[in-house]
Design a binder for this molecule. Structure first.
Ligand code: LLP
Length: 425
């Protein structure tokens, strides 16, 4: 996307806004493809077997998963709903990986019936459920074991947590992971492909991943001796950081891949183990900077000497990240791009909630009701975390590519909001 002209895929954002209304999520499909290809092409150049599984929690819709399929990505799903969307999108089941820290029987059954490529086993309860279902259905499945390696990465920091305090996966530093590997290896219907670990989100350095690879290899080397277990796959999760504001300095996506491959190869050689397939699960870094949300500005409340609140026709219902994580975004007034910035304002949502703010300090030209605001990098965890709080209908999603715009998720209508309500009269 070219920010100065504010065209996406050859279409002006203002014309899209006029056509589809606001709030509106607009995706630059070519950017999604570029991001996917940055991962895929770098792996190919490294001459290693790999899978890039798009973490569909970042943004799941039939159109999005069709693009993921076209780009030869695999898919990470974490629920029946995400799996169902993938199946509806015609995504090949053998490239789908099922995650989740509390997979239900019906989720596991659905995954097994569709013969998904892999189930990432998270806990002992799941081993029991999965084995029982597989026996009953007389099926087999490939699995990874999710490990919490005692490393947590956040943006520029990585923390060695010792014993990991997390609801996900098996703890590496106690003997839980070991016990789980032993248990899984004894299940005839589960083929343990290897290990999985996801250390965090919006990570800007490779150090945390390198530490994780080392820590996983110490375990893999022990398991080779104890159980003669050779990992065919090592999955290092997602979490590759993107640019939301000028303060964010992400690495090129290819740097993560080269660092991971190098580190896995080195560790495999050091421990005298064969080099496995490397899998990753990027979500945000595939769709985040490909999406923009456009709003119309309504009420403006100026508290002299304090703050000017500028309200938009959306907010935490289409982007809960600022309220939930104090996430920061950059934005421009679409119809005043050529004007000089003159004031600093706070962009507020329209929910009945003090915390419903999108941006606290935004420099803008003289702003007026009826202006359009475009907020950048809203492609990940925007629509996917949207809600109907205050009974606001969910916004529409448009994909643009090669000068063509396509509505890919319809705007909810007010009637949709009472669709599941039953009368009590
Ligand atoms: N793999 C696993 C096992 C994960 O738990 C996640 C994210 C990903 C991959 C993808 O991570 P990504 O590449 O998108 O950072 N709602 C939050 C992010 C929560 C992420 C949860 N897991 C946000 O809006 O920042």
């Amino acid at each position: 996307m070219v920010k100065d002209t504010l065209e996406i895929g050859g279409k002006s954002l203002i014309s899209l806004t006029e056509k589809y209304g606001t709030p509106l999520y607009v995706y630059d499909v070519e950017k999604i493809r570029d991001n996917a290809r940055a991962f895929v092409h770098t792996f190919k150049k490294q001459g290693i077997d790999f899978q890039v599984a798009y973490a569909s929690k970042a943004f799941s819709s039939i159109a999005m998963l069709q693009v993921a399929k076209q780009e030869e990505l695999s898919l990470d799903v974490v629920s029946e709903g995400e799996l169902y969307t993938a199946i509806q999108a015609g995504f090949p089941a053998e490239k789908i990986h099922l995650h989740g820290n509390n997979k239900s029987i019906s989720e596991l059954e659905m995954a097994i019936e569709h013969e998904v490529g892999c189930i990432v086993i998270d806990n002992f309860h799941e081993i029991d459920l999965l084995s029982a279902i597989l026996k009953e259905k007389n099926k087999k499945v490939n699995a990874l074991i999710r490990i919490t390696p005692g490393i947590e990465a956040h943006t520029h920091e990585y923390i060695l947590t010792g014993q990991e305090d997390s609801k996900f996966g098996f703890d590496l530093l106690s003997n839980q992971a070991e016990q789980a590997v032993n248990t899984i290896l004894n299940q005839e219907n589960i083929h343990l492909l290897g290990v999985h670990s996801h250390i965090g989100s919006q990570i800007f350095e490779t150090t945390g991943f390198e530490m994780t690879v080392k820590s996983l290899y110490n375990a893999l080397s022990r398991w080779k001796e104890q159980y003669d277990f050779d990992a065919e796959v090592i999955n290092l999760g997602g979490g590759f950081g993107i640019k939301y504001t000028e303060d964010d300095q992400p690495l090129p996506l290819s740097n993560y891949v080269t660092a991971l491959v190098k580190s896995v190869k080195q560790c495999a050689i050091e421990h005298n183990l064969s080099v496995p397939e490397i899998w990753i699960e990027p979500g945000r870094s595939i769709v985040g900077d490909a999406g923009v949300t456009v709003y119309e500005i309504g009420a403006i409340k100026d508290i002299p000497g304090v703050r000017k609140y500028v309200s938009v026709d959306g907010g935490m219902t289409d982007n809960i990240r600022p309220a939930l994580y104090q996430a920061e975004y950059d934005a421009v007034v679409l119809n005043k791009l050529e004007k000089r910035n003159e004031e600093t304002v706070a962009i507020a949502g329209k929910c009945c909630e003090t915390g419903d703010m999108l941006i606290w300090d935004l420099e803008v030209p003289k702003i007026e009701s009826g202006d359009y605001l475009a907020v950048f990098s809203t492609g990940a965890y925007g629509y996917s975390m949207a809600s109907n709080y205050n009974r606001f209908p969910k916004a529409a999603v448009v994909f643009v590519e090669n000068g063509e715009d396509n509505l890919v998720i319809k705007r909810e209508e007010i009637q949709d909001l009472t669709r599941f309500d039953l009368s009590y009269e």
